[in-house]
Design a protein around this ligand. Structure first.
Ligand SMILES: [Zn+2]
Length: 277
């Protein structure tokens, strides 16, 4: 569905996440700043640095915490949502309601990156080529601290990572308290970034919550399935799928109004910069 991706600005209206993470939209989205003291946003040309205000607030709080916990000093932020959320033409199934964000598993370089660098620099894959282990040359304990910091934030619903990463977390934490790990769940891809998903905000009655995480830390037999040969051979796109084929009628009815609403005046100042680059 190209409709939502054609909207360069958020809709007028009170901020609300509408629908389900892979089937919904975002009213009154806010823009996350491209550059902060402890973060930079990558892939600016995609215009996906929008979210529910809870997500922007989360990132502003999380970036300095994660930078400190890892010793990385600064972090790199990938896709959030389109200005009005909705299905994305490529890259993700979810990220539709302004509560999902990808955060790179690597430190931000110690300088402000150019627009071009933000398009072209790639994150390093921390998973080995066999898909069964982390790559010891790239993976480090800083990655553990990074993921743990995300999982420990109360507004976080899930942290999705590659199964090889989950397996390594289970191994490293061994007999330690692994309760923080219950939110960290395996998913396709996610070998060079983590996917952080926030809970439905209190101000969004039409946001559909994800079922609660299963009991336990997930360091059990349920993990084995991810290492079956046929699963490892599946070529699920980089980020875990796409939402191609989804139609406007598949979304909550309120999303048609979001799509057709005038642009939010608060965003008018950014209009020029948000035009196609
Ligand atoms: Zn993601």
């Amino acid at each position: 569905m190209a409709l939502f991706s054609e909207k360069k600005l958020p809709s007028l209206g009170k901020a609300m996440a509408i629908g389900y993470y892979p089937r919904g939209c975002l009213q009154g989205g806010v823009e996350h700043p491209m550059t902060g003291q402890t973060w930079q946003v990558m892939r600016l040309s995609r215009n996906r640095n929008w979210g529910h205000p809870d997500l922007v607030k989360f990132l502003e709080r999380f970036a300095p915490l994660a930078a400190k916990a890892t010793g990385w000093k600064r972090i790199l932020i990938g896709d959030m949502a389109q200005p009005r959320g909705g299905p994305l033409p490529f890259g993700h199934k979810s990220h539709q309601i302004g509560l999902d964000v990808d955060i790179w598993l690597m430190p931000m370089p110690d300088r402000v990156l150019s627009q071009e660098e933000r398009e072209n620099i790639s994150a390093s894959d921390v998973v080995a080529a066999d898909g069964k282990h982390v790559d010891d040359k790239i993976w480090s304990l800083a990655d553990v601290a990074f993921i743990r910091t995300a999982a420990e934030q109360p507004e976080v619903e899930r942290v999705l990572v590659n199964a090889a990463i989950k397996k390594e977390l289970c191994r490293v934490e061994g007999k330690n308290d692994r309760s923080w790990m219950s939110k960290v769940r395996p998913w396709y891809g996610h070998a060079d970034h983590i996917h952080v998903r926030l809970k439905c905000p209190a101000d969004s009655p039409d946001c559909r919550a994800q079922p609660a995480v299963p009991e336990g830390d997930g360091c059990d037999k349920s993990l084995d399935h991810w290492f079956a040969d046929w699963i490892l051979r599946l070529k699920i796109p980089e980020f875990g799928g796409s939402s191609r084929g989804l139609k406007l009628k598949d979304l909550p009815p309120a999303c048609a109004a979001v799509l057709n609403a005038p642009a939010s005046p608060a965003s008018a100042a950014t209009e020029e910069r948000s035009e196609p680059r």
